[in-house]
Design a protein around this ligand. Structure first.
Ligand code: DX5
Ligand code: ZN
Length: 213
């Protein structure tokens, strides 16, 4: 179907109630669990690592969409696969040998994504886009939830969609009910939403609204 995929970011969950929040996502129309791994080097923040992902995996009943905001991600691809990752997304800016890294992800049996920071032009994907399953367009600077959506994102989505009619385009950062439909109209087919979902009064309803907007 051409329905948009909704991938709530567990970064915005209550880590003291992680089981409860995972069960909420299981019961909702969320399609994927978006997992933000930050190393304090590639981005100026540290999120969580393997033991927390192991706990999430025990409760999540949907695909884990793992977004690696780390340097040298190839060191940990196999570990994240073992922790349940179905989609592994690495940053273009963190991978001098991106083609090899993509190959490693595919050899593990995962779907391969490449993320672009807001300042990175989409045309750098020209010679890799047909080898990947997904482009993740950052619509905020990576490192923190709850930031303001960058409007230039729409233009980048349209350009990527022109480069490939079939690649998945996921948008990450500042997604809400105001920009969701515009992003899908521009060609996006997966939306990450952290604070908009988890700080809403009724997250299940908020996810349904994003899904059916
Ligand atoms: C930012 C992360 C995002 C973040 C989104 O570095 O990649 O996935 O959790 O959070 P919101 O939706 O609050 O911008
Ligand atoms: Zn993310």
């Amino acid at each position: 179907s051409n329905e948009v995929i909704i991938a709530p970011s567990v970064l915005a969950a209550d880590f003291a109630n992680l089981q409860r929040d995972c069960e909420m996502l299981n019961a909702s129309q969320a399609d994927w669990f978006h997992i933000d791994i930050m190393d304090g080097v590639f981005v100026p923040n540290i999120s969580f690592g393997m033991p927390v992902l192991e706990a999430i995996q025990r409760h999540a009943k949907k695909p884990l969409d793992v977004h690696l905001m780390i340097v040298q991600p190839e060191r940990y691809l196999e570990t994240f696969k073992k922790l349940g990752a179905e989609i592994l997304t690495v940053h273009y800016e963190a991978c001098p040998h991106l083609h090899r890294t993509i190959q490693q992800i595919k050899d593990l049996g995962c779907k391969a994504g490449v993320a672009l920071n807001p300042h990175t032009p989409v045309n750098v994907l020209e010679d890799i886009i047909h080898d990947i399953d997904m482009v993740l367009i950052m619509s905020v600077n990576p490192g923190f939830g709850g930031q303001k959506f960058i409007e230039h994102t729409y233009e980048k989505v349209r350009k990527v969609r022109k480069m490939s009619p079939s690649v998945m385009i996921e948008i990450d950062g500042g997604v809400n009910s105001k920009n969701a439909k515009l992003l899908v109209d521009a060609g996006a087919n997966a939306l990450v939403a952290g604070s908009f979902v988890f700080s809403s009064e009724n997250p299940i309803q908020t996810i349904a609204d994003l899904k059916n907007n």
